[in-house]
Design a protein around this ligand. Sequence first.
Ligand code: NDP
Length: 421
Amino acid sequence: MIPRDHRSRPIGRRDFLQLAAAGLAASAVPKALGSFGQAEPNRVDLPPLHDTKVEAKERTPGPSLAPSERVGFAVVGLGHLALGQVLPAFGNSKYARPVALVSGHRSKALKVAAQYGIGEKAIYDYSTFERMVDNPEIKVVYVILPNSMHAEYTIRAARIGKHVLCEKPMAVSVGEAERMIEACGAARVKLMLGYRSQYEPMDRAIVRMVGEGKLGRPLHFVSSNSQDEGDPGQWRLNRAMAGGGPLVDVGIYCINAARFLTGEEPTDVVAQTQQLPNDPRFREVESAVEFLLRFPSGFSAACNASYDCHRSQFFRLECSDGWAEMNPAFAYHGLSLRLGRPVDGVDTVTEVDVEAKDQFALELDHMSSCVLKDRLPHTGGAEGLQDMKIIAATYESARSGQRVPLAAPAPTRGPEPDLEG
Ligand code: NDP
């Protein structure tokens, strides 16, 4: 329920024109949140969410490349994410195409290959992985394996000269993440982490608003990413394969969002974990984690993640002049963005629907354009490594009960994604 001292309202005509100018016209659908008996103000000063020039480019999709010109990807590991999200996303991409599969189950791979027009010769398994060196169509290897296998397959891909897109979390330890960066650097191949939220239009709108000071100074970030993990036999509950519990799997979204939305890096973390000793799912990993990150400007992030909770995926970024909230924030579909700001001296809540885009297609296209134009990925190895360091410090704090300091990293992100490629 919206507090009574906040007047919620639909986006006014002027808002809508501003959003239209900002490239959100077809997609920015005003949603009435209900008003509290007050007249619609004549003048509404919603600042443009986006830079007109950049968004106009995004609104008009660039030419899709012909299949023969697209960047070829080998998809490694045909599990839930690969089959349910990544492979279908190639259909929405402009610059990428699947050209090879790596799987431990050939019969499954044959079916998938037929579905995506991939030849039988381009199906590999984990022991024939290096044979991909002889397939020039494969430019990028997309590692979608259990977390403990990310480092091995990233390094093996780099050694055969293939660029790597790797799922989050980057690895199961800081040391592994460092070795992945080293291997890709030595082989002169690109390494990108699959932080899809950083390519998602609503998140990008918030980044831009914060960067332009439209919400004032970031002060607090509150976020949860929780779900109910049922099957006690799955690898996500095995410490060696997962590297941790909900913190590494879903809590990482909260960590990463606090960092990329503000552009700040935390100076320390204090945390606690829960274990649920009688629940067979949580013999090896925590059932939940709560943590507080502090940042140099005084900004702080209070986050939690759980494997024993009804799905909850939100954040609210509270700033001196307003707030931005996404709920859900980290889902594949159905994201929602609300802004709370004073308008003509009246606290106002505005819901803005930005055109939904396939986050995985955006991610694939970013990696493809980095390959085609020889650019650094926006979410490269350093971005993944920094999250790994924060995760390690969070577990250390939960173990010791102490606040754990974090060193300031060198800049972790490559150039802003240009969705034209
Ligand atoms: P799944 O368990 O569904 O799939 C993993 C696949 O890896 C398996 O299907 C299998 O494919 C292959 N594999 C190889 N060796 C093993 C092994 N020993 N045990 C289990 N699987 C093995 O996992 P997800 O698809 O859910 O997750 C994969 C990765 O993607 C994880 O790192 C996860 O964190 C990340 N992820 C990212 C999301 C995002 O939104 N960015 C969302 C969900 C997951 P095959 O049978 O073909 O060999």
